[in-house]
Write a protein that binds this ligand. Structure first.
Ligand SMILES: NC(=O)c1ccc[n+]([C@@H]2O[C@H](COP(=O)([O-])OP(=O)(O)OC[C@H]3O[C@@H](n4cnc5c(N)ncnc54)[C@H](O)[C@@H]3O)[C@@H](O)[C@H]2O)c1
Length: 273
C-alpha cells in the first residue's frame, strides 16, 4: 500500500527499539508514504544498534534524546528542523516504561521513586516534548501529533500496575495541550489506544500471552497488529484527518465496546463443564 499520503511531510518518530516496535512499523510506513523522518530514542537504546537498520532502510538520521530531558528535547527539535529543512508536520510518541513492573512490585506495594519515573517517562515526557515544540514553534500549520496508549487508562487490569495511571495522564495531556495547540496553529493532538501487541514493552507486562489471547477472542475483528497500528498512524498524520483532535482513538478490533463475545462464551463453557 503506497498512496504518498505523507509526501513532502517531515516527521519525528520516538520509540523504535527493534523491528517489533510499533514505532518501527510507523517509520517504515511513513517513509513508504513519502515522508522525510528523524528517528530518536535514548542513548542506551541506540547503543543496542538495531535502529541503524531502520535508519538505512528509511534514509533517516538518528538523533539521540532521553524524552524526560528538556535539554535533549530542545536539541532534538532544533536539529531535526535543520536536518529536514523546515518545521515538523508530525510526531509520534511511542514511549513507555515502568520500573515498578520491571521489578515486579505489586500495585499495593509501589516504590514511589519508581512511580515518579514511570510517570515521567511514559506520560510527562509527552508534555515535555509538546512544550519544547510549542516554545520553539517547531510544528508546522495543521501538524499532527500522536501518542500511543492502552485501555487500562479507563479500566482496571491486574498486571498493568502504575502504567495505567501513566496512560490516564498521557491521555489527559493530549486533551489539555490539544486545545492550546489547536488554537495556536491548527495542530492536532490525539492518542491511539492500541490492542495488546507482541513488542518488548508489551511482553514485559505480567501474563501478557494469556491476555493477548483473551483480547483477540473478545474483539470481533481480532487484535490489531503493529502493522495495522502503523496504517492508522499514517492516516492520522495525513491531511485526511485535519479536524480530528483531542481524541482517544480506539484501535482494538472492537474490544473496547464488546461486552462478551461468542468465542469467549464457548471457551468459558468448556472450562465450567
Ligand atoms: N505493546 C502493547 O501491547 C501496547 C499496547 C498499547 C499501547 N502500547 C504503547 O505503545 C508504545 C510503544 O511501545 P511498544 O509496544 O512498541 O514497545 P517498545 O518496547 O518497542 O517501545 C518502547 C520504547 O520506549 C522507549 N523509551 C523508554 N524510555 C525512554 C525515554 N526515557 N526516552 C525516550 N524513549 C524511551 C524505549 O527505548 C522503546 O523504544 C508505548 O507507549 C506502549 O505503552 C503498547
Amino acid at each position: 500500500m503506497n498512496h504518498q499520503l505523507l509526501k513532502n511531510k517531515r516527521g519525528i518518530i520516538f520509540g523504535a527499539l527493534n523491528e517489533n516496535s510499533i514505532a518501527w512499523k510507523v517509520a517504515e510506513r511513513a517513509y513508504e508514504e513519502g515522508a522525510s523522518i528523524v528517528l530518536t530514542n535514548t542513548p542506551i537504546a541506540l547503543r543496542a544498534g538495531e535502529i541503524n537498520k531502520l535508519s538505512e532502510k528509511t534514509n533517516s538520521k538518528i538523533i539521540p534524546a532521553d524524552a524526560t530531558s528538556i535539554e535533549d528535547l530542545k536539541t532534538l527539535f532544533t536539529e531535526a528542523q535543520n536536518q529536514l529543512n523546515g518545521k515538523i508536520d508530525f510526531v509520534l510518541h511511542s514511549i513507555g516504561m515502568s520500573p515498578n513492573i520491571r521489578k515486579e512490585r505489586a500495585y499495593s506495594d509501589l516504590d514511589y521513586n519508581f512511580l515518579n519515573k514511570t510517570l515521567d517517562i511514559s506520560a510527562i515526557s509527552f508534555h515535555k516534548m509538546l512544550q519544547v515544540a510549542y516554545q520553539q514553534d517547531a510544528i508546522a500549520e495543521n501538524g499532527s501529533i500522536l501518542a500511543l496508549t492502552y485501555i487500562a487508562a479507563q479500566r482496571s487490569y491486574e498486571g498493568y500496575s502504575d502504567m495505567a495511571n501513566a496512560k490516564a495522564m498521557l491521555e489527559s495531556i493530549c486533551r489539555s495541550f490539544g486545545m492550546l495547540y489547536g488554537e495556536k496553529n491548527g495542530v492536532r493532538i490525539n492518542t491511539i489506544s492500541q490492542s495488546p501487541t507482541k513488542t518488548t514493552a508489551g511482553q514485559g507486562i505480567g501474563g501478557f500471552d494469556l491476555f493477548f489471547d483473551f483480547a483477540d477472542k473478545m474483539s470481533p475483528l481480532g487484535n490489531a497488529s503493529a502493522d495495522e497500528c502503523a496504517d492508522y498512524c499514517i492516516m492520522m498524520f495525513s491531511d485526511y484527518t485535519r479536524k480530528v483532535t483531542m481524541q482517544n482513538l480506539y484501535h482494538d478490533g472492537g474490544y473496547s465496546t464488546t461486552g462478551m463475545s461468542q468465542k469467549l462464551i464457548e471457551q468459558y463453557q468448556k472450562s465450567v463443564k
